[in-house]
Write a protein that binds this ligand. Sequence first.
Ligand SMILES: Nc1ncnc2c1ncn2[C@@H]1O[C@H](COP(=O)(O)OP(=O)(O)OP(=O)(O)O)[C@@H](O)[C@H]1O
Ligand SMILES: [Mg+2]
Length: 289
Amino acid sequence: MAYRPTREQEAILAHHADQHARVLAGPGTGKSATLVALVDQLLAGNPAPRVKLLTFTRAATAELAKKVSDHPAAAAERPSTIHSFSISVLRRNPGTGDFPQPLRIADKWEEQKIVHPTLAHRIDVRVDHLDNLIREMAANWEFLQVREHPRVDAAERARFVGAWSEHRQIYGYTLLAELPFALRQALNGVRIMTMVGSKGLTVRATIIAGVDDGIVPMPNADVAEERRLLYVAMTRAKEFLFATWAGQRRGPTARAGRARVRMRRQHSHFFLGGPVRSQDGSTYLERRR
Ligand SMILES: Nc1ncnc2c1ncn2[C@@H]1O[C@H](COP(=O)(O)OP(=O)(O)OP(=O)(O)O)[C@@H](O)[C@H]1O
Ligand SMILES: [Mg+2]
């Protein structure tokens, strides 16, 4: 810093680099200046850590880039928006993130002229109302938490989320606001998805739950199609593949594909004659120790 940092700025600069810190201060109070000084200081360390500067808007990125460019050490770290950072990470790691592949971001025109009006029509609400629904969803993605707007009706929200996820699969788009959330999901490691939704992805380990006869294939479903679906799910795994099934079920799936709840369930007949025999879960875990 060319000037003397204030006491508060000093405290921020002295905080332990391994810990999170949130700086909350009014406009023009020197937040950006302190951040740039902090980056400068971090990069002077030995070994210098990897530093990334992220903002929420392009305007803030441009402003920060200007400030950073005055500092020779910090200048090496180009700031970017959290969205473009997410895109670059997700693009470099194909198959991560729960969005239609390949990643394609809907632009403003597509969002406003196509996505919003068709969704509003689908769930039968006014377009300005739909904007609110999308805004609520986007805010939750960007803040990585779920806060439901008290004025949005739960049933309507559910209809909207259902219509939206179907719509994006069909048109193959991802919304800009989703990206921070998509990245967080990808970093979390474990993802829960449907067999249909797993198409096109590859992961290190896959667990397919509920491969009971009567569930896979579903009664009355096209058997060849169900077989293909299970094949899709199984071929996601690069290293480990587990399929689980239950000898007996309780709750809503208790009768799935069985006339009587007490009848012992079997694994999917698709596995018959396969290379691996089914083992009792607890015995399997016991032997692995
Ligand atoms: N300790 C200080 N002494 C003197 N000037 C300072 C000090 N800290 C920051 N400034 C100056 O105050 C001005 C505002 O700082 P800065 O842009 O960092 O604030 P900000 O909190 O990021 O503002 P905004 O809310 O607009 O993002 C800049 O001209 C900066 O150089
Ligand atoms: Mg600032």
